[in-house]
Ligand binder design. Structure first.
Ligand code: SAH
Ligand code: SF4
Length: 405
């Protein structure tokens, strides 16, 4: 029986990474091929630089052709590559089989002898096309939600990153679920992708080298602690006070600050792993004295790690990144509260991609009217939030930027 998916009305075979080992073995047997071919197929996919069945040279043309008819070699129809930061960052814009686009970013860093760490290569993967959470400073949030990615579509982002690194004689060291989408709102596929990526036949990365970043989906954090306890949890906090966090992370209306912190603390206790909190720093919005004091007192004594990320400017918001001096002051204030703090320089900033910005760019320029309207709403909502007023309704994303919606 052929395994198929429906994409835009046409039946197309499933991609290799969407098959687990048993399913793959069944397919191979249906094709009349020997069972040892399964290992050869996985080696060809995960330990070579082949981009199509025709590049897997451990078996002959007839089997290559039979496989090509039955199983798609890659989850992506198109891979567009952009280099940035003198080759330290590679951005991949990936077209899925139904035309949806997502991005993955590969970041390389040299060895750091002071920390005793070797060279690192981290791939940041997307878990959804678009995102339903709608954080107003995020380009993906502004795109709205298109669909969940499958486990195979997530894994193949890592496969491509590994292939790129192989040509450079480098190893992939880390995977972070910090691209487009809210991973814990697509948790089954995310867990299945983690299981695939940690399988020795598919790269075999250690669970401890994987980080899942969430905007605060409390039941998802609980499941992560129970079911994949070695994974590192990153929580996008952005604000310690509910009125402001309601605005910055609309999901806060459902799971407010206290619920998110309590879930992260339980995760940390259950797994023995330190939580990372991410705070995107926005000038005059979440970097004011009362906010940094609230953040320090909220996290004091938690032993957490805080990552301060200067906001990347995005077209639809009136906001800008915080001043570097202010970020440094806040970092010191948090250190004084016993936290470890890093200030992240946004990777890939020059070519415009942090969290979905590349895909947003490709979707087309937003209309000036939509941008102006959005800005007005944000100015009013942030003024209310700064006065401590909680607003009932999130600001709805204006749909795909420049698209038909
Ligand atoms: N949805 C998940 C994971 C993807 S977003 C989450 O929100 O955690 C990954 C990180 O990028 C988050 O911390 C998010 O807040 C941050 N981010 C999004 N837009 C940004 C921007 N314009 N500038 C800086 N960081 C941004
Ligand atoms: Fe979604 Fe994360 Fe962007 Fe918020 S920051 S809209 S949760 S991708």
């Amino acid at each position: 029986m052929k395994t198929t998916e429906t994409t835009g009305g046409s039946q197309r075979p499933l991609s290799l990474s969407d098959l687990n080992v048993n399913q793959l073995a069944a397919r191979v047997s249906d094709l009349g091929a020997e069972s040892y071919r399964v290992t050869q197929i996985l080696d060809g996919a995960w330990r070579s630089v082949a981009t199509a069945w025709s590049g897997v040279t451990t078996f002959g043309k007839p089997l290559q052709e039979r496989l090509a008819n039955e199983i798609r070699f890659s989850a992506f129809d198109e891979v567009e590559r952009q280099e940035a930061e003198d080759g330290a960052t590679t951005k991949l814009l990936l077209t899925l089989s139904d035309g949806a686009k997502v991005e993955a970013v590969l970041m390389r860093s040299p060895a750091d002898p002071r920390r005793g760490s070797g060279p690192r290569a981290t791939v940041c993967v997307s878990s959804q096309a678009g995102c339903a959470v709608g954080c107003p400073f995020c380009a993906t949030g502004e795109l709205g939600f298109t669909r969940n990615l499958s486990a195979g579509e997530i894994q193949d982002q890592v496969r491509i990153a590994r292939q790129i690194l192989r040509t450079e004689d480098r190893e992939l060291t880390n995977v972070v679920y910090m691209g487009m989408g809210e991973p814990l709102q697509n948790i089954d596929a995310v867990f299945a992708s983690i299981d695939g990526l940690t399988d020795p036949a598919r790269g075999g990365i250690g669970q401890r080298r994987i980080t899942v970043s969430t905007s605060g989906v409390v039941p998802g954090i609980e499941r992560l602690a129970k079911q994949r306890p070695q994974i590192t949890l990153a929580v996008s906090l952005h604000a310690a006070r509910n009125p402001l966090r309601d605005l910055l992370v609309p999901l806060n209306r459902k799971w407010p600050v206290e619920a998110v912190i309590s879930a992260a603390d339980s995760h940390s206790r259950a797994t023995g792993r330190r939580t990372t909190y991410e705070v995107t720093m926005i000038d005059g919005i979440n970097d004011r004295a009362e906010d940094s004091a609230a953040l320090a007192s909220l996290l004091r004594g938690s032993g957490a790690h805080v990552n301060l990320i200067p906001m990347n400017a995005v077209a639809h918001t009136p906001w800008q990144e915080s001043k570097p001096e202010r970020i440094e002051q806040i970092a010191n204030q948090l250190r004084a509260a016993g936290l470890t703090v890093t200030v992240r320089r946004n990777r890939g900033r020059e070519a415009g991609a942090a969290c979905g910005q590349l895909a947003a760019e490709k979707a087309g320029a937003p209309t000036p009217v939509a941008v102006a309207r959005r800005r007005e709403l944000l100015v009013a909502a942030s003024a209310a939030a700064l006065q401590g007023q909680r607003t009932a309704q999130p600001i709805a994303p204006s749909g795909p930027l420049g698209g038909d919606a």
